[in-house]
Design a binder for this molecule. Structure first.
Ligand SMILES: Nc1ncnc2c1ncn2[C@@H]1O[C@H](COP(=O)(O)OP(=O)(O)OP(=O)(O)O)[C@@H](O)[C@H]1O
Length: 282
């Protein structure tokens, strides 16, 4: 599996907040979820990758080439969905497309029309009249109609209802079918439970883990049991632990030790959120 984007030693000091030695790789053909709580540094990292903010240190390579030195090629080969604020509300989707398309050397109008039809977006509808979900789908149609190899999205699902979020996830799964990649930041991890191949957790400006989703979910366990089995030694097996007088539940990253030391505990598959909360420093 080839790395498509490699970030190493990325640093940015913003005064109150510091991005510290951030490094990770995105693998071709994968949906990678970039997770972390509010203020963890997801948007800052994405802005630095896109050159929307100047980095203090670090390297960002796209297909082995420095993105800063090959800015034009990088911009042509990525699609970006940042927020919904950069459209002119009084224009139709067709008119807005005519403004965006010329900035890409490999814009594919037939592909754009196919996306618009598939997403159920009428070309002549004014942008100001679109629902939040339609706006997001339109932003994606604009971002992926120039044969982009990598789609970068910052919090695309926030504010969308479950039905639209599901539709959005289907669009992303379709997009990666032919080897393209998605890098998607979110603090809503339930969408990523369904579609992500890999997960990167950032907390307080530092990368906590960067791993294949299935390996991560296999390694961790959501444990429930009787408080009688909790003692000084077994408590140490948990990343999080919630105790009441009737029982306990918690997340472990050492299922084997739990099985051995807590004979009656029930070990279930955790969600990404369970795991994420286990690693967040408060
Ligand atoms: N231009 C800036 N100047 C100073 N501080 C900034 C600037 N941009 C972001 N920050 C701070 O950096 C921290 C990280 O913000 P960032 O937007 O990267 O987090 P995030 O993980 O994307 O959060 P969210 O999920 O809420 O969008 C925050 O404390 C924010 O206030």
């Amino acid at each position: 599996m080839k790395p498509i984007l490699e970030v190493t030693g990325l640093k940015k000091d913003l005064g109150n907040f510091r991005l510290d030695d951030v490094g990770f790789s995105l693998i071709e053909g994968c949906i990678t979820g970039f997770i972390g709580v509010n203020g963890a540094g997801k948007t800052t990292t994405i802005k630095l990758i896109l050159g929307l903010m100047l980095k203090d240190a670090g390297e960002i390579q796209f297909f082995g080439k420095d993105v800063q030195k090959n800015e034009r090629e990088f911009k042509n080969r990525i699609g970006v969905v940042l927020d919904e604020g950069y459209f002119y509300d009084e224009l139709t989707m067709l008119e807005m497309k005519s403004i965006v398309a010329p900035s890409y050397s490999n814009w594919d109008n037939a592909l754009f029309n196919r996306h618009m039809e598939r997403f159920g977006l009428p070309l002549n509808q004014k942008i100001g009249t679109l629902s939040k979900g339609m706006r997001m789908k339109y932003a994606i149609a604009l971002a992926i109609s120039h044969q982009a190899d990598l789609l970068i999205m910052d919090e695309p699902t926030s504010g969308l209802d479950p039905q639209v979020r599901l539709e959005l996830m289907d669009i992303l799964l379709d997009y990666v079918k032919d080897g393209k990649s998605v890098f998607l930041s979110s603090h809503i991890t339930s969408d990523l439970d369904k579609v992500a191949d890999a997960l990167i957790l950032i907390d307080n400006g530092r990368i906590v883990f960067s791993e294949e989703k299935d390996i991560l979910l296999d390694r961790h366990g959501f444990v429930k049991g009787d408080p009688n089995e909790l003692n000084e030694a077994t408590r140490k097996l948990f990343l999080t632990l919630h105790e009441t007088e009737y029982g306990f539940s918690g997340v472990t990253n050492d299922k084997a030790a739990v099985r051995q030391q807590m004979k009656h505990a029930l070990i279930e598959r955790p969600t990404i959120e369970d795991i994420m909360l286990g690693y967040i420093r408060r």
